[in-house]
Design a protein around this ligand. Sequence first.
Ligand code: DGJ
Length: 369
Amino acid sequence: MKRFFILCALALCLLPAAGAGLNEKSSTTAEQWPDSTWTDTDGAYINAHGCGILKYGGRYYWFGEHRPEQYQEGQDGVTCYSSDDLHTWKNEGLVFRVSEEPGVDIERGCVIERPKVIYNPKTKQFVLWFHLELKAHGYEAARSAVAVSDTPTGPYRYLGSGRANPGIYPENMTEEQRSRSWNVTAYKEWTPEWIQAVQEGCFTLRDLEGGQMERDMTLYVDDDGKAYHIYASEENLTLQIAELSDDFTTHSGRYIRVAPTGHNEAPAIFKHDGTYWLITSGCTGWAPNEARLYSAPSIWGPWTKHPNPCRGEGSELTFGAQSTYVLPLPDGGFLFMADIWKPQNLKYSEYLWLPVQFDADGTPYVEKP
Ligand code: DGJ
C-alpha cells in the first residue's frame, strides 16, 4: 500500500511535466507526434492530406485535401482543423467545396491537392491556393486554383484557376535559351539530348503562351511580407518559384526555374538563420522515395542540392512518407510534416511529423526515433 501511495505521488509530480510536453512553447521532440492516432476532438480520423498550416491569432489552422474512402476522385474539397497546441484538433469542416455545377473548373470529380492558406494583412483576406486537375482529365490540366475568405475557417470563395505566368519568361532563362526552338518529341526521354533540352527550357518555351504547368505546390510568406508560390512544373521535371502579387491572388510575373530535370515534387520550404531550405521528394506517384534537400541564400537562388535530409533506418524512403510542409515553431524549431499515402484508401493516409534538427554547420536533417 505504501508503495502504491509513493507511485501515485510520483505520477502526480510527473503530470505537469507531461502537460508541458504537449505545450507548443516547450521544445519539440519527435515523441510528441506519434504517427498512429490522428483523430480530432470528435474522435474522427483527421481527413486533411497534403497539408499546409496557417498560424493566425495564436491558433494553428491545418488545411488539407478531403479524401473519400473508396476512390481517388469524389473529393468534397478542402478541410480545416484548428488547434492551440498542435495536438488537439477541432474539425472546422469543409472550408472550400467542389461545385455541383456541370462544366465548371471545380466541378465534383476534379482533383484538389496540397492546399495552402496564407494571410494577407493588406487586404485582410485569407488566400487559399491548391493544385487543381479538371474532372475526367487525369493530371493533364496542371493548374493552380485560388479562393479567398475573410476568416481562416472560410467559406473560401473561388476566384479562378489557370497556369502560371503566361507569355512571361523566367528570370533565370538566358537570352540564348529564350530564342531556341526545340523539337522535343524527336528525343527519347532521359537521353543526353533530351536532358539537355529540358535543362535549357524546352518545356518552358512549349508552355510559354498558355502558362507554366503547376502541380505539387506550397506557398511561402517571407519576412518582408512578399509571398511565393513553389510548384512542380515542366512535366514535373523542374520546380518553379513565382512571386505572388501584392494581394496574393495572382502571380506578379517574376519567377525562376529551379533544378531543371531534378524531377521534384512535394516542395516544403523554410528559412533558418538566413538560409532558405527546400525539402522535396522524387516523382513516384503515391509510393515513397528518397527526399531531397536544396538551399539558397535568397529565394531567387542560386539553389544548391544537398544529400538526403533524412537519416537513420527507413531514410532512403523518407520513412514511408512524402514531404508536404515545414512549420516554424514558437521555440525557434521546425516541424517536418509528411504524408504516408494509402492509395487504396486515401482518406486513411497517415501523417508523419518529425522535428527538424540541425548539424553544427546549420544543415537540417530529420530522424525518426
Ligand atoms: C505524388 C504527388 O506528390 C501527390 O500530391 C499526388 O499528385 C500523387 N503523386 C498522385 O499520384
